[in-house]
Design a protein around this ligand. Structure first.
Ligand code: NAP
Length: 318
């Protein structure tokens, strides 16, 4: 296999606290930098996005992205000839995530230890069909936004049109997100910034043209209802009628309980990192999560069991 992680999906579930511990231990015990983890996360999500739909416009760009062997496999796939099938996704104007037959889609699912049908994105094939339009990446100000900024760079590298919107002052971005913002800025990549508020008409124009929308507004660091202006942004994204890829978790969804805020992103696909999160596998969260893809971010294998064995200390009552 050329990319990633589904085969390494252990079926593990990490709470918000365990996810943060995993990141911290990867850095403190193994000397991995947060930027490396972020790079792996963002690049992994781009690999998924590019395989989900014919995300490549010019043939030469598409062909330069994958080794010949991969393209040969993709071209030979009978799935490529099939009409989109994903009845559970209500994408009105945009392309559907499907292009799999029901039978092949079913064969791509395997029972995971948490009882959920895991989706083996490895076996998805690129559909060589140009549906056009930029990927619109919507970023907040934490590390989740940093993942989105990494995605922008990798989509740009693959010559796919991409547009980035940021709801933060650049100086208020988390350090790793700020580093990725600086890379794009130094490279002359334009980013539309809303430092304090929101201009719905500017976003609406971009969403109307979008092929996919990436939700990198809020991740595991989110607490409570999305605050303005992110609540309005989420509502606008949901109303756009385009497929949505949520980074780590759909913004508005509680990572641990799966409780949806009003509003919460209704993702077509959620790319989560290192392991599933409790909220993502709750039955009531499925309408927000869409297809769940677990991507590794390069942390050494012994770390996951170490973190899973960790139970938080009892809360002391005053
Ligand atoms: N180690 C890594 O670098 C690494 C590795 C893999 C993935 N990630 C990514 O990083 C994410 C976690 O990053 P993070 O801890 O920086 O958290 P985050 O979820 O990206 O965002 C935290 C930011 O959102 C704001 N916020 C929190 N709740 C909010 C709400 N309800 N409405 C509006 N804004 C809100 C916070 O501001 P206030 O403080 O003012 O509330 C804070 O600035 C993961 O989900 C994953 O995507 C990071």
């Amino acid at each position: 296999m050329l990319f990633g992680s589904a085969e390494q999906d252990s079926g593990a579930i990490l709470s918000r606290e365990q996810s943060r511990l995993l990141d911290r231990l990867a850095m403190e015990q193994y000397g991995m930098s947060g930027l490396v983890l972020m790079e792996n996360a963002g690049r992994g999500a781009v690999d998924v996005l590019c395989r989900l739909e014919g995300c490549f416009r010019p043939a030469e760009a598409r062909d330069s992205c994958f080794p010949d062997s991969y393209l040969k496999e993709a071209r030979m796939s009978p799935d490529l000839k099939e009409a989109p099938t994903r009845p559970e996704t209500s994408v009105s104007n945009g392309p559907s995530v499907g292009q799999l037959t029901s039978a092949s889609a079913a064969s791509l699912r395997a029972e995971s230890t948490w009882g959920q049908k895991a989706f083996d994105w490895h076996r998805l094939q690129v559909r060589h069909q140009d549906f056009g339009g930029p990927v619109v990446i919507c970023c907040g100000r934490g590390n989740n936004a940093g993942d989105g900024l990494v995605m922008a760079r990798h989509l740009w590298l693959r010559r796919h049109p991409v547009q980035v919107f940021l709801w933060s002052k650049p100086e208020e971005l988390s350090p790793d997100a700020a580093a990725n913002y600086a890379i794009l800025q130094k490279a002359g990549f334009p980013i539309e910034c809303f430092p304090t508020g929101h201009e719905p008409e500017r976003l609406a124009q971009a969403l109307a043209e979008a092929s996919w929308i990436v939700d990198a507004l809020l991740g595991t660091g989110a607490r409570g209802q999305p605050r303005p202006p992110l609540d309005t942004v989420i509502t606008q994204i949901n109303s756009a009628g385009k497929p949505i890829l949520a980074v780590d978790l759909p913004s508005g969804l509680d990572c641990d309980t799966g409780q949806a805020s009003q509003p919460t992103i209704r993702a077509t696909v959620t790319c989560t990192f290192a392991a599933a999160k409790p909220g993502l596998v709750r039955p009531e969260a499925q309408e927000y999560v869409g297809r769940l893809v677990v991507l590794d971010i390069g942390v050494p294998p012994p770390l996951l069991p170490q973190v899973l064995a960790y139970s938080p200390p009892e809360q002391s009552t005053p």
